[in-house]
Every structure is written in structure tokens, then in C-alpha cells.
Design a protein around this ligand. Sequence first.
Ligand code: ATP
Ligand code: MG
Length: 429
Amino acid sequence: MSKSLQAIRGMNDILPEQTPVWRYFEGTVSRLLDNYGYKQIRMPIVEFTELFKRSIGEVTDIVEKEMYTFEDRNGDSLTLRPEGTAACVRAVLEHGITGGGQVQKLWYIGPMFRHERPQKGRYRQFHQIGLEVFNLDGPDIDAELIVLTWRLWGELGIRDAVKLELNSLGTSESRGRYREALVEYLSAHHDKLDEDSQRRLKTNPLRVLDTKNADTQAVLVDAPKMADYLDDESRAHFEGLKARLDAVGIPYVLNPKLVRGLDYYSKTVFEWVTDKLGAQGTVCAGGRYDGLVEQMGGKPTPGVGFAMGIERLVLLLETLEQIPEEISRQVDVYLCAFGEEAELAGLALAERVRDQLPNLRLQVNAGAGSFKSQFKKADKSGALYALILGDDEMAQQVVGFKPLRGQGEQQSIAWDALAAHLATCVVQG
Ligand code: ATP
Ligand code: MG
């Protein structure tokens, strides 16, 4: 195929054989979020570039090198969203729905775009489900976000494969004091730092903490620890969060080097990580961002949220073989009809059955065909039963009811009794 007719590198089609797992995952999450009282919000995929620069921070990987930015026909600089929080904050401010301390518990789902090096679990168009909560400043809501993901992992059967890492970044004041101490320490070891870290030391020193460079990591062993600089309020908040996780019995590890790639976090930060997917191990990440709304021009408004990567979670479900068998079966019953008259009767019969069993997955053969070829299609569809309408059945006003997965003999069912019969033998979703 010529190059222009291929998808863009790192942007994937999700093929029909994959969509059942996606829909299972998305359905499980959205039901759970309904139950915890979260409401869905839908934002545009494109925003003014300025929005992301101001919220994510100029000196972050995302803004420095990962954004898809382009000029609109009228000269505006626009960007395909690299994440959801910025747009969500923009939307709540624009519509005034967090004004006067109104609590909002929101979630969104959709594609995000980052120009990264594509590899397993890392793509240029990927999908996130994100949550954002506004105007609740206590550790109880931080805990709720973690508790509901814990429940989700349980429902999906992947709890044993993920681990919770936690840290507190403190308020911007205590983080400022820590940053000074860190800069002083790292400056004294400047020559031993890798080039990227030397640069970050000037622009965004906390990011040096999550370097992958071994020499820099060695220098960091004796660096000042964030925990020693936490203010009392942040410390109490963090203790409150841990107490709640303990109360529910959710295990966690404290990771003092967890700083997250976005600038706007304060106090709680967390990541759910797995060792089952290789290097791309973070499946869900988030934290508190009490200063962000104000930084974006709103009144001071506490906020906390997270985003999970759908591709990575789908991969994890596949890797751990935690995909319920019934979700990939898309047909319950397949109707075969032979001859024009039988086709017409079959179509009408199928519609009557659908009236009575709206959740039945009933497929009517299209494209006619011999007995053999229709049967082959019925079998290949994955259906549990075939319905057969030939000359004999037409004469007697019955259908042949044939189990395709080896449970019993073919029987004849009167047209009027078909829906009732199907209701007894097919479990409907
Ligand atoms: P990473 O450290 O893996 O680059 P991140 O810190 O950049 O992740 P966030 O911005 O916090 O990621 O996004 C939340 C989640 O979205 C990640 O934990 C991950 O599951 C998913 N995610 C982020 N970038 C990608 C990507 N390029 N491809 C697939 N999933 C991604
Ligand atoms: Mg990243």
C-alpha cells in the first residue's frame, strides 16, 4: 500500500476483534463511576495551545516535545489535547460550575495525543479515562479515588498484578523550600549529573528525581528527602489518606521519588504500576492540584484527579487472560433460511422474536447460499444455536432449532413458541 494510505505511526485502529474487550472495560468503569456518584463531561479534542502551556507547565516533557501543535486557518495556535485535566478545568471555569464552592465529581473518556516514541503500551494517539474532583480539599476524597480504582482492579480480576505507589509533594511553600535544598545539594554534585538532569536542575529540579540515569540515581541516594520538608498541613493530609487506605485494607508503598511529569501537582501523588507490561508499567496516575484552577485564572479551588491508560489496561487484561468468555461471543442465535419464501418468513419471525427478546443477539443470514454455506457461516459466527427454515419447516410453520456447540439434538419449535423457547436456553446480556 502506498504510504499515504497508512495510519499515522503510533495511531492505531482498534479492530472489530479487539473492540469487545474495550467495551467490556469501558462498560465496567462507567458503571462503577455511576455508582460512586461521578458525572461524565465531554470536552473537545482540540484546544488553544496556550491552555496546555499554562496548565501543564512550559518545562515539561509534554509541552517541550510531545504536543501536536498546528496553526488553524485563522492563525490561532491549536493543540490536540495531550491530557484531559487542562481542558476539564477550562470547561468548569468557562461554565462556572465550580463557582461558590460547588463540588463537582467528573469523569471523561477519550483519545489523547503525544508525539512520543511508539512502543508496546506507548502510542501517539492513546485513550484515557480520567476523573477530576473540585472543591473538596480533604484526604477523604483522595482516598475515594484510590478506593474506587482498587474496586475496579478487583472487578477486572487484576488486583494482584498492580501495586500502589504514594507520595506527598506538600504545598507549594514546602515544595519551594525542598526545591531550594535539592538544588543546593545537586549543584554541589553538578559534574556527576547526566546532561538532561543538569538542564532540569535549572528549569524544573524536582524532575531530576525521576531520572532513569544510573549515575544521577547514585547521586540522589543522599539527596534531601521531600518528607523532611513537608509542612504540618500536608503531613496531616497524607496521614489522613494513609489511615483511610489502611481502613479499607489497600496496600501501598511510599515512593519519595514519585514526582509526576506534570507541574501542577501538590500534596498527594500516586501511581498504580504493574510489572507485567515491561517498561510501560504505569496504568493509572494522578494526584492533587490545589493551585491549578487559580493558576488558570479561577478562584482558589482545590482539585484532585487521575487518569488511566486504556491501552495498557486492555493489554494487562489480555496478558493475564482476564477476559470473560461471554464478552467475545457476539451472536447468540443464527437464522438460516432457504429459498425466497423462507427468507421472507424468517425475516418476519426474527423481528417478532426481537420484539419479545430485545437483548437477544440474533443474526439473520444475509446473501442466501446453500445449506452447507449458511451452516458454515452460522458456526463461524460463534452462535450457540442455528435456526433453520427450509421447505419442510415452512409447510409445518416450525423452525429447526439446532444446538451448534454439541448440547443435544435438533428439534422443531412452533413459530409462536420460539421466543419463549429461546428465553429458556440463552442467557441474555
Ligand atoms: P509515562 O510515565 O508512562 O509516560 P505519564 O506520566 O506521561 O506516563 P500521565 O500523563 O499521568 O502519564 O497519563 C496517565 C496514564 O495515561 C499513564 O499512566 C498511562 O497509563 C497512560 N499514558 C500516558 N501516555 C501514554 C502513551 N503515550 N501511550 C499509552 N498510554 C499512555
Ligand atoms: Mg509520559
